[in-house]
Design a protein around this ligand. Structure first.
Ligand code: SF4
Length: 286
């Protein structure tokens, strides 16, 4: 099948039934729908179970340090503005170790996409409370229940000025594929937080938990151009959990605001760096 061109021959080692499978399938389906080839995409991975996907996807891939996918992805995009750059992150990875990077990448509005595998737990290190774990959640790192308020990925993205903010569910691959396609087509910083049940370590936020609660924002008549309404929806969590596009706006991307990267200029990687006149620069420091 054509979709298999995005898949490697590596044995997949995620636990059976893991929510990562749905994201893996939806992403490949999205590449196919966008007409992209394996060579058109760079995926930058953080650290976590999600990061194993570097072994299973047949694209350019780079393993960053924990929480550092975004700085690396921004550097790659600035160097080669023609590349489609995607960050694959986890909830601990992106909102814990990489929290600061997230805020500034969002407001900077480079044309990249950040996909968060949000299983509300540290899976790779076998089950500690993560920044998105629910208050009171009992894990080996919080035996008396998590005392902190969780990070809200949607309201954080909105407050950080991300220009495309969505939430998907790995149990609804068709809907998730559409969100990926729309996020990848969006010109600007797009965030897609994906509810990704960890079937081995998180026995609270299970597939069943989400199947009983999720509903689609577009079917509920949500206006994704209205930021106040998006904020209101972002606080909805409990018996009803909204998925879909919360907010989208068109505004200039960073690449358009930097003279070196204007559309008429070549990508930095395509520019001649061997014949640059730097003598005058050195003169200034004499
Ligand atoms: Fe998936 Fe959880 Fe297993 Fe990691 S530990 S592979 S997130 S089910």
């Amino acid at each position: 099948m054509e979709i298999d061109k995005f898949k490697t021959e590596e044995k997949v080692t995620w636990c059976q039934g893991c929510g990562n499978f749905g994201i893996w399938v939806a992403l490949r389906q999205a590449f196919l729908e966008l007409g992209w080839g394996p060579e058109d995409v760079l995926l930058v991975y953080g650290i976590g179970c999600h990061g194993h996907m570097i072994n299973y996807l047949n694209n350019y891939g780079f393993d960053a340090l924990h929480g550092r996918g975004l700085p690396l992805a921004q550097g790659a995009k600035l160097a080669n503005k023609n590349l489609n750059v995607i960050v694959i992150a986890g909830d601990g990875d992106q909102f814990g170790e990489g929290g600061n990077h997230f805020i500034h990448a969002a407001r900077r509005n480079l044309d990249i996409t950040c996909i968060i595998h949000d299983n509300q737990i540290y899976g790779l290190t076998v089950g500690q409370t993560s920044p998105t774990s629910e208050k009171g959640f009992v894990t080996k790192s919080t035996p008396h229940g998590a005392p902190d308020q969780p990070v809200n990925p949607i309201s954080l993205s909105l407050a950080s000025e991300a220009s495309f903010v969505a939430r998907g569910f790995s149990g609804d691959v068709k809907h998730l594929t559409k969100l990926f396609v729309d996020g990848l087509k969006h010109k600007g910083f797009s965030v897609i937080d994906v509810l990704q049940p960890c079937v081995t370590l998180n026995h609270l936020n299970t597939f069943q938990y989400f199947f009983q609660r999720v509903y689609k924002l577009d079917e509920a008549g949500h206006n994704h151009n209205d930021k106040i309404s998006a904020f209101t929806k972002s606080f909805e969590w409990g018996d009803k959990i909204p998925i879909g596009l919360f907010y989208k706006e068109e505004r200039p991307i960073l690449e358009e605001l930097l003279p070196q990267l204007k559309p008429e200029e070549k990508s930095l990687v395509d520019q001649d760096i061997y014949n640059i006149e730097i003598k005058s620069l050195f003169e200034e420091f004499k």
